[in-house]
Design a protein around this ligand. Structure first.
Ligand code: ADP
Ligand code: ASP
Ligand code: MG
Length: 452
């Protein structure tokens, strides 16, 4: 069985829902379809939650009314029979009456905040499943809240999904299409929770891993993983093949097309992941599996809003145990470190989550002489085949960066990653310069020299 995930823009209009119904039923194969909320809905729900948190109920009600009107219009175009429309109407009535019921709950807590953002996926999946049934498809809705679970560290519990989903599916042997919510899950307290923004990709991969799917397909609004961020760089192109490791690095270091953790479960279970464009289904897209290609530098991504901490200690000279003490502090505050560079007497690290920065700094100060903190840092991650016997790759990267100040450089930690840390304000310049030097220049040269 395959798992296909459609993102917000892919389900954001009634006609898009019509075309994805055709797309998923075309080959006649059974599949699990994971849907995001309609584009714009999660942001709208977050904003409603913010109004409620600020006790601005009138504002919240106005926003709820606007969102409701959007759904009322949407279902008018989605369904073509009175029965279908009646079912659509009852779905939106039910979910919006729940959303409205949250207005009276005081104080508005994190629990309600999570419940409200879950409504986007609950709406889109029920509406789409009812539409599929209206069109004669043997579909069933799989409630993600029954089989998606995170633990106390917010990590998905794959074993739980394997067992629960396996048993649910074994009772639905007559169904052709299973539709479920991306993004949402339960936490150990049994409450509604989620896998963080963009989490539907992660859901698809977790389900793919749990059922050891033949393939996971992520359908979005672009023809695969591009070699650079298309929102910032003009001349980018889709990459046909990536290894799990390469794709994982790109996703983790900011390629928005994939939630940062998407690749982990698929890789663990050896399930290929294919990225496809809903607007252009015949385009090849990107296949993420074990196979690699010859190209050295394959893609570049960037991750923003990092904090760099510079830790200096003369006691590090010839000392052992210093790094252990440094990392114990980050471990204590459950703060992952992204990038590390060391010299004889100092170490620089970057962190994404600076929630505990003050406590971390206070503890580091107990054994380090000097620390500096730089905010608004950006990691630029260059991904490809960089085995130790290859020459000239770092030179190309540094040549491209000749006019851009670099705060940290990591090379050699893995064979498929070079990472640079720069100030956030230089990100666009860095991505464009790297694109010119590592892709456009290379390809122009190749064309010139291979011309007959
Ligand atoms: P969805 O709603 O389908 O989950 P997203 O907006 O989360 O879609 O992801 C798709 C978007 O990711 C693209 O429209 C593109 O602007 C952005 N993106 C950023 N980096 C890349 C990249 N390297 N390759 C492709 N798309 C990228
Ligand atoms: N709807 C959620 C979001 O907007 C999850 C997703 O789209 O993947 O973040
Ligand atoms: Mg997304």
């Amino acid at each position: 069985m395959q798992v296909w995930k459609f993102g917000g823009t892919s389900v954001g209009k009634p006609e898009r829902m019509h075309s994805i119904k055709n797309l998923i039923t075309e080959d006649g194969n059974r599949k699990i379809v994971v849907l995001s909320a309609l584009s714009g809905t999660t942001n709208a729900l977050i904003s409603i939650g913010e109004s409620l948190k600020a006790n601005n109920d009138a504002d919240a009600v106005e926003k709820i009314d606007t969102l409701y009107a959007h759904y009322e219009e949407f279902i008018e175009e989605l369904y073509s029979t009175p029965e279908g429309l009646a079912e659509g109407k009852s779905i939106i009535e039910k979910e919006f009456s729940f959303i409205r019921s949250l207005v009276s709950i005081k104080p508005f807590s994190v629990k309600q905040e999570k419940e409200i953002v879950a409504e986007g996926e609950l709406l889109s999946t029920q509406m789409f499943e009812a539409y599929c049934r209206e069109q004669g498809v043997k579909s069933a809705l799989l409630p993600a809240l029954d089989f998606m679970l995170i633990d106390a560290d917010n990590e998905p519990v794959l074993k739980f999904t394997e067992e629960k989903l396996g048993s649910i599916l074994s009772q639905l042997t007559d169904k052709q299409l299973f539709i479920t919510q991306g993004f949402i899950c339960r936490n150990p307290r049994g409450e509604v929770d989620n896998l963080k923004r963009g989490g539907s990709d992660y859901t698809a991969s977790l389900i793919g891993g749990a059922i050891v799917a033949e393939e996971v397909q992520i359908w979005t609004d672009i023809d695969g993983m591009h070699n650079n961020d298309p929102r910032i760089v003009k001349k980018t192109f889709p990459i046909r093949e990536l290894t799990f490791e390469e794709a994982a690095e790109l996703a983790y270091f900011g390629a928005k097309i994939l939630h940062p953790s998407t690749i982990t479960p698929a890789k663990m279970k050896g399930v290929p992941v294919r990225l496809k464009n809903t607007m252009e289904p015949s385009a090849f897209g990107t296949l993420i599996a074990d196979k690699t290609s010859d190209r050295e530098i394959k893609a570049i991504a960037a991750k923003d809003n990092l904090t760099a901490i510079y830790i200096h200690s003369t006691r590090m000279l010839n000392a052992y145990g210093f790094l252990r003490r440094v990392f114990e502090v980050f471990e204590k505050y459950k703060t992952p470190v992204d990038m590390i560079t060391t010299s004889e007497v100092s170490v620089s690290v970057t962190i994404d989550n600076d929630e505990h920065l003050d406590s971390i700094m206070a503890e580091l100060r107990q054994f380090a002489d000097l620390e500096e903190v730089d905010k608004d840092q950006t990691i630029v991650c260059i991904v490809g085949n960089f085995s130790a016997d290859k020459e000239g790759i770092a030179l190309k990267v540094l040549e491209a960066m000749k006019n851009i100040p670099i705060r940290m450089i990591c090379y050699g930690a893995s064979e498929h990653n070079i990472t640079l840390l720069i100030h956030g304000k230089n990100k666009a310049a860095a991505l464009n310069a790297l694109n010119e030097r590592c892709f456009l220049y290379e390809d122009t040269m190749k064309e010139i020299f291979s011309a007959p």
